[in-house]
Design a protein around this ligand. Structure first.
Ligand code: NAD
Ligand code: DAU
Length: 342
């Protein structure tokens, strides 16, 4: 197969590129990534001389680039490219609307024109909004996105759906829960906690810390996308999840335990506006139809993740020396000023 992977220099995309190159010796991957603040060529270290991987720096909103790649004889497109951080979307949603909605539309139109036979849209469980204490999201749960990020991903998800219904365009949608693992940008909860704890810096926990996410090791997500790519049915949606609900306080305590750091580092800071209380995925459909199950136990996955960050502190340091630190100050200085008000 010859596959266009977009956003393949980010967290999940780069893990997926490695997973596919390891799994299929005769596949060719074209990796289109704009290298925004979240894209990082260090995530693709070791692949520069791999003749089955070609990196193209470019924008999924750029019609000319996208048309050229789509016309190069592709079997499939997998769209990971996105602005992916909820907190950034609350500060300014414009890049989210551009990349997540207009970018997906550009890819869809070009893929349809060039009759690409398979399009996998990497959507998210955030399209469903927030759950109460019981139940889990199924593929039939009504869509109710709560953040600008989630609304932009829902718009893209619905565009993909509309292309299937209107043009019989052979698209499939995946909606996955929270991923964790190597190469995750340290603005996200788990890598942020690990990298701050390693430096004895405060660990910011929004509000009461009892928000729940359903965590999945990134390698399990890659295996699920592999199943959907090869066996998913056009027009279908597949939920993907770890069956592994944890509160944010459970996560921070696990990180502290493993790194043998003091709980005195924990800081309850001002909450995220519109913060979704709980996510949980019912992944029965992909289990029964495509024979996928999560394999990595949370304790193993966290041990592997923490070990990776301990061994790759240079990777984090390079990120911390760039734009990220300006974002961090903007996001967390404001939060700590209002700490007293909690
Ligand atoms: P990420 O932010 O780490 O990576 C996104 C990548 O997209 C970066 O490499 C960035 O440079 C690239 N990109 C951004 N704008 C682009 C543009 N206009 N053109 C080309 N490339 C562009 O994100 P991630 O966590 O790896 O998430 C990947 C996808 O998976 C996203 O679509 C996200 O919505 C979805 N998702 C993520 C999770 C999660 O827990 N991280 C869970 C479910 C779904
Ligand atoms: O559910 C899938 C989604 O998971 C993906 O679509 C998103 O791209 C991905 O970023 C992730 O979104 P979340 O908002 O759930 O992830 P984040 O790591 O930002 O936050 C996880 C939880 O931790 C959430 O309840 C907010 C909380 N949090 C986060 C940060 C960054 C804190 O308490 N402190 C923090 O500093």
């Amino acid at each position: 197969m010859r596959i266009l992977v977009t956003g393949g220099a980010g967290f999940i995309g780069s893990n997926f590129v490695r997973y596919m190159l390891d799994s299929y010796a005769n596949y060719s991957l074209i990796n289109l990534d704009l290298l925004t603040y979240a894209g990082n060529l260090e995530n693709l270290k070791g692949l520069a001389n791999n003749s089955h991987h070609r990196f193209v720096q470019g924008d999924i909103c750029d019609q000319e680039t996208v048309e050229t790649l789509m016309g190069s004889g592709l079997d499939a497109v997998i769209n990971f490219a996105a602005e992916s951080h909820v907190d950034r979307s609350i500060l300014d949603a414009s890049a989210f609307l551009r990349t997540n909605i207009a970018g997906t539309y550009t890819l869809l139109e070009a893929a349809r024109k060039h009759k690409v036979a398979r399009f996998v849209q990497i959507s998210t469980d955030e399209v469903y909004g927030s759950l109460g204490p019981q139940g889990a999201f199924t593929e039939q749960t009504p869509l109710a996105p709560n953040s600008p990020y989630a609304a932009s991903k829902t718009s893209a998800d619905l565009l993909v759906r509309a292309f299937y219904h209107t043009y019989q365009f052979p698209a499939v949608i995946t909606r996955c829960s929270n991923n964790y693992g190597p190469y995750q940008f340290p603005e996200k909860l788990i890598p942020l906690l690990i990298s701050n704890a390693l430096r004895e810096k405060p660990l910011p926990i929004y509000g009461d810390g009892l928000y729940v996410r359903d965590w999945l090791f990134v390698e399990d997500h890659c295996a699920a996308i592999d199943k959907v790519l090869h066996h998913g049915k056009a027009g279908e949606i597949y939920n993907i999840g770890g069956n592994n609900e944890k509160t944010n306080l459970e996560i921070v305590n696990l990180v502290l335990d493993q790194l043998k750091k003091s709980a005195a580092l924990i800081r309850h800071v001002q909450d995220r506006p519109g913060h979704d209380r709980r996510y949980a995925i019912d992944a029965a459909k992909i289990g029964s139809e495509l024979n996928w199950q999560p394999r990595v136990q949370f304790s193993d996955g966290m041990r592997r993740t923490i070990d990776w960050y301990v061994k790759n502190q240079d990777w984090v340091e390079h990120i911390r020396s760039g734009e990220y630190m300006r974002y961090y100050e903007k996001m967390y200085d404001h939060r700590s000023q209002t700490l007293q008000e909690l």
